[in-house]
Design a binder for this molecule. Sequence first.
Ligand SMILES: [Mn+2]
Length: 373
Amino acid sequence: MKFIHLSDLHIGKRVNEISMIEEQEHILTQILQIIDSENPDAIIIAGDVYDKSVPTTEAVELLDSFLFRLSKRDAEVFIISGNHDSSERLAFGSRLIDQSGIHIAPVYRGEVAKHTVKGVHIYLLPFIKPAHVRPYFGSEKINTYNDALSVAVNAMNIDTNQRNILVTHQFVTGSSRTESEDVSVGGTDNIDAEVFADFDYVALGHIHRPQSCGSEKIRYCGTPLKYSFSEAKDEKSVTVGELDENKNLTIRTIPLTPKHDMVELKGSYDELTAKSYYDGTTYREDYVHITLTDEDDIPDAVGKLRPIYGNLMKLDYDNQRTRADGQLLPEAQVETKSPLELFGDFYRTQNGQDMTDEQQAYLLGMIESVWED
Ligand SMILES: [Mn+2]
């Protein structure tokens, strides 16, 4: 059984205030071309289909057209919601379009949809939190995400003599994050890979950098596009898997080429505006983050750089002044730390000592209640 594994499309996303919709249209068309040349039996989309729980109209239109074009292919399509999606809204009309071979996971109510393609069972477990699982398993202790996933997986009664694929959207312990995922409160969302031991493949969404978690059987395919400058050097791809009758799994990736790349450039204003540097057109259309190293600010730098770097997204300086500005942390670290860790750093800077366990517990409770709202 051959499958294509996608996730984290984030349709409708804006990066640094710039709409990605044209990029997304371009990359989805490229994905359809890959599907046509690979001819898979199943296409999996492991959550974060949309970027917002209430997506924009242009996002809805793009997904509608993508799904329609997918329905014209032979493959069956399996979709779950991620933490960015509303599972209710995503599942709208799902029982109707089921007949077209497009299967969207229903809202989690203690059990999951199971489909079978060429003898391989595919389980669709949308993004869930402990609070989503508790009501259906009263007697079980469900405090953490790991508890919630264990209970949900146990309830699937997996027959390990058969071939089984799980589609889900969670953070597996040890995976390498980027800046464009949402970090959860206090880092309590870790799932141990052991929870997935009974599956022959786990098609994961949530982490935006493609990677396998310990074994090839548990894998993040990553986003189809770069959604933050921390991914500037990543290569985005489509994961193609084959699971044969003896449970042998082969995984390969097919690179994706964006309409416009995302790059980070650093140097003095004179260096970056020298023709030899940008070579006329090299970065003309790329999404660019420029870090100027000049000691004095360049007046209207953005206006002056735009003719060369048409899609300049972000401009900052790295010089003595910015280094002395007493930044708590480089931005890259800020975005990958949890709110609790960030507050801990702040507390330490202000007070010269760490929070006590009691203070941490109090703060965690407070952050969680704010987050829930
Ligand atoms: Mn995501």
